[in-house]
Unconditional design. Structure first.
Ligand SMILES: Cc1cc2nc3c(=O)[nH]c(=O)nc-3n(C[C@H](O)[C@H](O)[C@H](O)COP(=O)(O)OP(=O)(O)OC[C@H]3O[C@@H](n4cnc5c(N)ncnc54)[C@H](O)[C@@H]3O)c2cc1C
Ligand SMILES: Cc1cc2nc3c(=O)[nH]c(=O)nc-3n(C[C@H](O)[C@H](O)[C@H](O)COP(=O)(O)OP(=O)(O)OC[C@H]3O[C@@H](n4cnc5c(N)ncnc54)[C@H](O)[C@@H]3O)c2cc1C
Ligand code: SF4
Ligand code: SF4
Ligand code: FES
Ligand SMILES: [Mg+2]
Lengths: 463, 277
């Protein structure tokens, strides 16, 4: 057993902290084949069951080994329509790679990197192996609300089955969090654009700047469409209930990242989106979103802090991103609880008042919860504070759609296996159902819903 | 792409922009706004839908040219197009039969108050329009407003038309109205709205304002439009933009609005030569 993963080359930390180019370069064909050759092609592969969409991992890795990249990407695309995205952003250590036989001893096969390699190879060939023969048009019409990974998956699956599909997206670009949230240095926007263009080339109609619930309601769309899929995500930002949130210089992660990514603020003033030159930024939270904010702030010249109330071990972000952030010089303030945002007479942020914490006894879940240390209050001088503590589903669609059952957290209730909601002809999936989760789970939900919608549309044809 | 049907200057620095946006026009209600982009990769700004024709499928916004994006919009002509006009966003103005309603408009608010006045008139309110400007040559849409109101009162800073002074005239206008005033609605810059509320507060008259916060998405996603109303935190784009003016934290609002003052002039400077291309 060879436990040595083939490393993927990256921009050096001191270089990449100055630019927004992608951090990792990806494997060369030789590197990919070397990594692939470590795979044992297990009879009962643990990796596959750990991938939420069950990509046939051993098969595509075998193709890489044999140098048949075209066949490899074709195998991936049977289950996963955004491999260039998932190969980059899936939490592989918990998913596919976590299930690999090597995982226990370290050195699990770098499945994500191999997946990315094939997707990038495909792009470099100017082909898209997802394409199939033009299906016979069924005459059925489906509206997809939200152009994130869930909605795009549904659109891609249904168009290939011959249904007519229109995607309605509230923002001026399609892609969801992939375009407004995840930064360029982690997921170049051209990759998302390529996938969206591909769907357009298959015949999916993309309608942007269309806010369902406002421009038109779900009920009104139901008059025109046979079925509707709601994949509107979890876009409502949370703030802590502490004083000073409305000072200038306090952002939600959504605002900060939207300004920077969707609105290309990082190229200001060559675009109109104004951004502030901050010197010391505190990002509250410890997930992927927090890492993205801190690493963006750092690239814009600030000293970036992650303020997290637990310790490094509990960070919910992907390990790779934590390591990248550390290398680039993000400062982690663990076991630190924000108490108040402080400001000056002009209402600009001057600091974050905090308290130190220690880890107490493990609770019922086995997690050690943080306990405040009395008398440990201190002020962190900063000129910007970014909340990256979570999002919940936006109430726009729930509040304008009678008959749609809504859960306690504002999520749309939908059957797990099919995405079926309480409302006839309406399916839902992705973050709007689960709350903030992952790209691949949103895609998985989209795929299940597409299957269920197709089954329903077929019953119509038989009538 | 959203086709531009017409763009005309209706008063110095104030432009009328008519756009073809059938789905927006069909759903628009008084007091709602659209988020526009002047160009691909440009910033997103909110402008109130000041008129619309559901049948023809067009909407009209009236904007004051103040900075980079409104500057770009001011150069549009019929036949051009803009990438984005998303809406109608925000809640419609609360309407009903209130009795006597004073509709106050200053700068772009002279236009944005129009559909509100029109709807209130249709609901059999007595509508008194108060319009305010520095000088009489800055008024526009007077005919439209006259048709939708029982009475019109002008205020000019220089006294060139109607009463001399500014919005603080409201304090003497209201008591002079026979039968009393049941509600005041003010649209315009935050200063006009805030000062207007100071005049109505001692009179105890409910006063609705349409807040003017920074915005990006206009759908509740970013939170940049946060305001404090009656001590609690609201997102102006989805909880408003209309609020009881006596409950708004005006100081916070005006400081949050000015957050990018310096950066906005940077784009203005850097975008200047481009106009000559
Ligand atoms: C900064 C950040 C970093 C992340 N990093 C990772 C990562 O590394 N790995 C990972 O797996 N996951 C990551 N995630 C989570 C992942 O991006 C989401 O779980 C995933 O995008 C959810 O997909 P979705 O299609 O359900 O929703 P979204 O991607 O949120 O897309 C929903 C779309 O619907 C649109 N919409 C909303 N309301 C309406 C309406 N009324 N009408 C029309 N359109 C509407 C929205 O504008 C949006 O475009 C990250 C999330 C963020 C915010
Ligand atoms: C709900 C709502 C409705 C509005 N309706 C109208 C209208 O009908 N007519 C009109 O002339 N103006 C209206 N405004 C104000 C208008 O949005 C701003 O004047 C415009 O954004 C200025 O953009 P700029 O780039 O030309 O100027 P800038 O120089 O960039 O900005 C000038 C000032 O406008 C404000 N502003 C800047 N960017 C934004 C933004 N993204 N969102 C909101 N405000 C911003 C700031 O206070 C800034 O200091 C409305 C605002 C809101 C919130
Ligand atoms: S989709 Fe994600 S979890 Fe599945 S194999 Fe690819 S990288 Fe792994
Ligand atoms: S579990 Fe690991 S070694 Fe086995 S097939 Fe999957 S990737 Fe290859
Ligand atoms: S403008 Fe983004 S939440 Fe209101
Ligand atoms: Mg501007």
């Amino acid at each position: 057993m060879n436990l040595q993963r083939v490393e993927m080359s990256k921009q050096k930390p001191e270089v990449r902290r100055q630019n927004f180019d992608e951090v990792a370069f990806g494997y060369t064909p030789e590197e990919a084949m070397a990594e692939a050759s470590r795979c044992l092609d297990c009879k009962k592969p643990g990796c596959v069951g750990n991938c939420p969409v069950e990509v046939n991992i051993p098969d595509f890795i075998r193709c890489i080994k044999a140098g048949d990249f075209a066949e490899g990407i074709r195998i991936i695309r049977q289950k996963n329509c955004l491999p260039a995205v998932t190969g980059r952003v899936c939490p592989q250590e918990e998913q596919c790679e976590g299930g690999c036989v090597f995982a226990k001893r370290g050195g699990q096969i770098a499945i994500g990197r191999l997946e990315r390699f094939l997707a990038d190879w495909e792009a470099s060939q100017g082909i898209n192996t997802g394409s199939i023969k033009k299906p016979r048009p069924t005459g059925r019409k489906v509206a997809v609300i939200g152009g994130g990974p869930a909605g795009l998956t549904v659109a891609g699956d249904l168009i290939q089955l011959g249904h007519q599909v229109t995607v309605y997206e509230a923002l001026h670009k399609v892609g969801g969090v992939l375009v407004y949230g995840i930064p360029e240095f982690r997921l170049p926007k051209r990759i998302v654009r390529r996938e969206v263009d591909y769907l357009t080339s298959l015949g999916v109609e993309m309608v942007t700047s269309y806010v369902v619930g406002k421009t038109r309601t779900v009920d009104s769309l139901l008059e025109e469409y046979d079925a509707i899929f709601v994949g509107s995500g979890a876009g409502l930002p949370w703030f802590m209930e502490i004083p000073g949130n409305n000072l200038n210089g306090v952002y939600s992660a959504n605002e900060y990242l939207t300004r920077m990514n969707l609105m290309k603020g990082y190229t200001f003033p060559s675009v109109q989106t104004p951004i502030k030159q901050h010197h010391r930024v505190a990002v509250i939270g410890g997930g992927n979103v927090a890492m993205d904010c801190a690493r963006t702030a750092l690239r814009l010249g600030a000293e970036a802090h992650i303020v997290y109330r637990r310790s490094r071990q509990e960070l919910p972000a992907r390990l790779e991103e934590v390591e990248n952030a550390e290398e680039e010089g993000v400062i982690f303030d663990f076991l630190t609880l924000p108490l108040a945002c402080l400001g000056n007479e002009n209402s600009w942020v001057t600091g974050l008042s905090c308290q130190k914490m220690e880890l107490g006894e493990p609770d019922a879940s086995g997690r050690r919860s943080p306990v405040a240390i009395p008398g440990s209050e201190f002020v962190m001088p900063v000129d910007a504070i970014i909340y990256a503590i979570g999002n919940s589903p936006n109430p726009l669609i729930p509040s304008t759609t009678p008959g749609l059952a809504i859960g306690r957290k504002g999520n749309i209730e939908a059957e797990e296996a099919t995405g079926k909601t309480s409302k006839a002809r309406v399916w839902a999936g992705g973050d709007v159902v689960t709350g903030a989760a992952t790209v691949i789970l949103a895609m998985g939900a989209g795929r299940k819903a597409a299957r269920a919608i197709h089954r329903y549309l077929q019953t119509l044809e038989e009538e | 792409m959203i086709p531009v049907l017409e763009r005309t200057m209706v008063a110095p620095n104030i432009h009328n922009l008519r756009l073809q946006a059938p789905d927006v026009a069909r759903s628009a209600k008084p007091g709602q706004f659209v988020i526009l982009q002047a160009e691909e990769d440009g910033e997103r700004i909110p402008l109130t839908i000041s008129d619309w024709d559901a049948e023809k499928g067009d909407i009209t916004v009236v904007f004051m040219q103040v900075g980079a994006t409104t500057g770009k919009l001011a150069l549009l002509k019929a036949g051009d197009s803009i990438p984005t006009a998303a809406g109608p966003l925000g809640n419609p103005m609360e309407l009903g039969n209130f009795g006597t309603v004073i509709c106050v408009g200053g700068c772009y608010g002279i236009a944005s108050i129009y559909p509100i006045a029109r709807a209130l008139k249709e609901m059999n309110n007595r509508v008194i329009c108060v319009v305010e400007a520095r000088s009489s040559f800055l008024f526009y849409w007077q005919e439209k407003l006259r048709k939708t109101s029982d009475e019109m009162i002008f205020i000019t800073r220089d006294g060139s038309l109607g009463r001399r002074g500014h919005i603080n005239n409201l304090g003497s206008i209201i008591p002079s109205i026979k039968g009393g005033v049941d509600r005041v609605i003010i649209n315009g810059c935050n200063y006009v709205m805030m000062r207007g509320c100071e005049e109505t507060r001692p009179l105890g008259i409910k006063t609705i304002v349409s807040l003017n916060t920074l915005m990006i998405d206009g759908t509740g996603m970013c939170g940049v439009c946060r305001v404090t109303v009656n001590g609690s935190n609201k997102f102006a784009c989805v909880d408003g933009p209309h609020f009881d003016g006596h409950e708004v934290n005006w100081d916070e609002l005006s400081s949050r609005r000015q957050a990018y003052l310096r950066e906005e002039t940077v784009t203005l400077r850097t975008s200047a030569p481009e106009k000559e291309r």
